[in-house]
Design a protein around this ligand. Structure first.
Ligand SMILES: NC(=O)c1ccc[n+]([C@@H]2O[C@H](COP(=O)([O-])OP(=O)(O)OC[C@H]3O[C@@H](n4cnc5c(N)ncnc54)[C@H](OP(=O)(O)O)[C@@H]3O)[C@@H](O)[C@H]2O)c1
Length: 260
């Protein structure tokens, strides 16, 4: 079997797919044959994404939803229907800043958007996956589940919770042919990276070139990633080729994470 056809007949729901890593995952999943539903808050950029997907098969669609809003998410899941085979849980990262300065509201919103939404999405679609004896849940989170990142306090906390939930789901769902894995992107050329660079500039007063140099000093590959490079890992984990890979954290970080 070629990876090109590996996802023919599968329906993928990709959250946070109007730009960046989520959008790249949607495109690569469609290229591998999946029918893709993309979810995010901005209707216009979602429409552009569906337009881009139409070059790779038919039946792709978009749904507008704020993952931080539980009621909206429940309504949205009802419109999608139960037949999702591949679920990519992804959205925007919490605002940068030290944890010691984080407001309770920021932590609550981040938990809602990342941890509670993840629970509801998994619960909604695993009955279908169990029937099919095939299911893939892929969380796009962060290398901070291995080593907490400076100035990303709230993010570090919610990523740990998401990773722990994923390992728990992996144990509970593994017997049904469903795998649950986390992809941990490194510094990737998207708007999130712009936010991270801006956050460091604000905190240190350094200029952009110096911030980039300091970020890259820890990356053996010596460059930032393209979003597509993370998407390739997503397609592999979504495919039948990855059936025996369950409950892992997969860094796609150019070798940056300093632990095994
Ligand atoms: N890029 C990096 O260097 C990097 C490194 C490590 C980890 N990560 C993490 O990987 C994930 C994806 O990163 P990215 O760089 O692709 O981010 P991005 O460019 O900021 O894209 C985030 C996507 O999520 C959607 N989104 C944001 N908030 C949402 C919400 N409340 N409900 C539904 N959709 C929402 C955004 O669309 P709308 O605004 O239209 O909703 C957009 O499509 C993030 O969690 C990020 O923190 C990124």
């Amino acid at each position: 079997m070629l990876i090109n056809d590996a996802l023919a007949g599968k329906h993928a729901l990709v959250c946070g797919a109007s730009q960046g890593i989520g959008q790249a995952c949607a495109i690569e999943l469609a290229k591998a044959g999946a029918r893709v539903t993309v979810l995010a808050r901005n209707r216009e950029t979602l429409n552009d994404t569906v337009q881009a997907l139409s070059a790779f098969g038919s039946g792709h669609r978009s749904v507008v939803c704020d993952l931080a809003d539980t009621r909206q998410l429940s309504e949205t899941m009802a419109t999608i229907g139960p037949d999702v085979d591949i679920l990519v849980c992804n959205s925007g990262g919490p605002a940068p800043g030290p944890l010691t300065e984080a407001g309770a509201a920021a932590l609550e919103t981040a938990f809602q958007q990342h941890v509670v939404s993840n629970l509801l999405l998994v619960q909604a679609f695993t009955p279908h996956m169990k029937k099919q004896k095939y299911g893939r849940v892929i969380n796009i989170i962060s290398t901070s589940v291995k080593v907490p990142l400076p100035n990303l306090g709230v993010s570090n906390v919610v990523r740990g919770a998401t990773a722990s939930a994923a390992k728990t789901f992996a144990n509970e769902l593994g017997p049904f042919g469903i795998t649950v894995n986390n992809i941990l992107p490194g510094f990737t050329k998207t708007q999130r990276l712009e936010q991270i660079i801006g956050g460091r500039q604000n905190k240190t007063g350094a200029d952009r070139a110096d911030v980039e140099k300091s970020l890259l000093s820890d990356v053996p590959a010596g460059r930032f990633a393209e979003a597509q490079e993370t998407a390739y890992a997503c397609v592999f984990l979504a495919s039948p080729f990855a059936a025996y890979i369950n409950g892992i954290n997969l860094p796609v970080d150019g070798g940056r994470t300093g632990c095994l």
